[in-house]
Design a protein around this ligand. Structure first.
Ligand code: 8IG
Length: 282
């Protein structure tokens, strides 16, 4: 099947209206619109409780447009809560291209959040560390990305009237202002360039050497498409990677998803407290 064609079950001629419909249902169920959204990546689920007590939780299946996540460590619900006056949506997981989804499906949560009022989108992920000075368990602010998925969430028909055009400017995808706020809370936070690959296999050591040469510091399988979609709609984006493994060939260890989840879990408190301090200050 040629992806994006009308025989594709995920094809939708207008993903923006679909997101608006999901947002309408969400704001009706929650009884409020929202200011900020957080997407929790692999293993970040344990940080959710540190962010605050939820006012409610909605299964994504009730909102339309969301497929069920298939990856261990990703939940299929969105929580909402108040963090120091900010009305926050907390997506307890995401779906990825490697699960067989179209880019428009991958970014449906971000577009829904923005349609529900969010002007800030915080994208978290677990990633392989390419830079030798990164250690497992360390959070790193994403300063920029290399979208090596070969895809774009803006592929397809023109966005409908009332939405920005398709040729989105990506000069400053990851808000320098929000990174500054994060560093003011945790001055030791490193920054790095995130390379997004389609996966789901991890890289070969030769590919990691190539990525390092291209300027990548982190490598993963998410975030870039969501960041493009959020920026396209004018939201301010913050990306935070949790380094859960040294990238292939950089350590003796083989890469294993269970190890990734364990590393993320042990850092939940640090990253949860970072998010809980950050949200009231955005
Ligand atoms: I966690 O080493 C995590 N996700 N592509 N490579 C890629 N994705 C990842 C990795 C990694 N670690």
């Amino acid at each position: 099947m040629i992806s994006g064609m009308s025989d594709d079950p995920e094809y939708h001629p207008d993903p923006y209206s679909r997101a608006a419909a999901s947002a309408t249902r969400l704001t009706q169920l929650a009884g409020t619109s929202f200011d900020a959204a957080v997407v929790l990546g692999s293993g970040w689920l344990a940080a959710a409780d540190a962010i605050g007590t939820a006012d409610g939780e909605v299964p994504l299946a009730d909102l339309g447009g969301f497929p069920a996540p298939t990856t261990a460590g990703h939940g299929g619900a969105v929580r909402y809560l108040n963090a120091g006056g900010q009305r926050v949506l907390l997506f307890l997981g995401r779906v990825h291209m490697y699960e067989g989804h179209e880019p428009a499906t991958v970014v449906h949560g971000v577009r829904t959040a923005i349609a529900a009022g969010c002007r800030t989108v915080i994208l978290t992920n677990a990633a392989g560390g390419i830079r030798a000075d990164y250690t497992v368990g360390q959070p790193v602010l994403v300063s920029d990305h290399l979208n090596l998925t070969g895809r774009s969430p803006l592929w397809g028909p023109q966005p409908p009237a009332g939405y920005p055009g398709r040729f989105a400017d990506l000069t400053a995808v990851y808000s320098p202002r929000l990174r500054e706020v994060a560093r003011s809370l945790d001055p030791a936070l490193a920054e790095g360039v995130y390379a997004a690959l389609p996966g789901p296999h991890y890289e070969t050591p030769a590919e990691i050497r190539m990525l390092r040469g291209l300027g990548a510091d982190l490598v993963g399988m998410s975030t870039a498409l969501e960041a493009i979609a959020a920026r396209h709609l004018g939201a301010e984006v913050l990306g935070i990677s949790l380094v859960t493994n040294a990238a292939a060939g950089l350590s003796e260890e083989l890469l294993d998803h269970a190890d990734v989840l364990a590393a993320a879990k042990s850092s939940a408190e640090r990253v949860g407290s970072l998010l809980s301090q950050l949200l009231p200050r955005i």
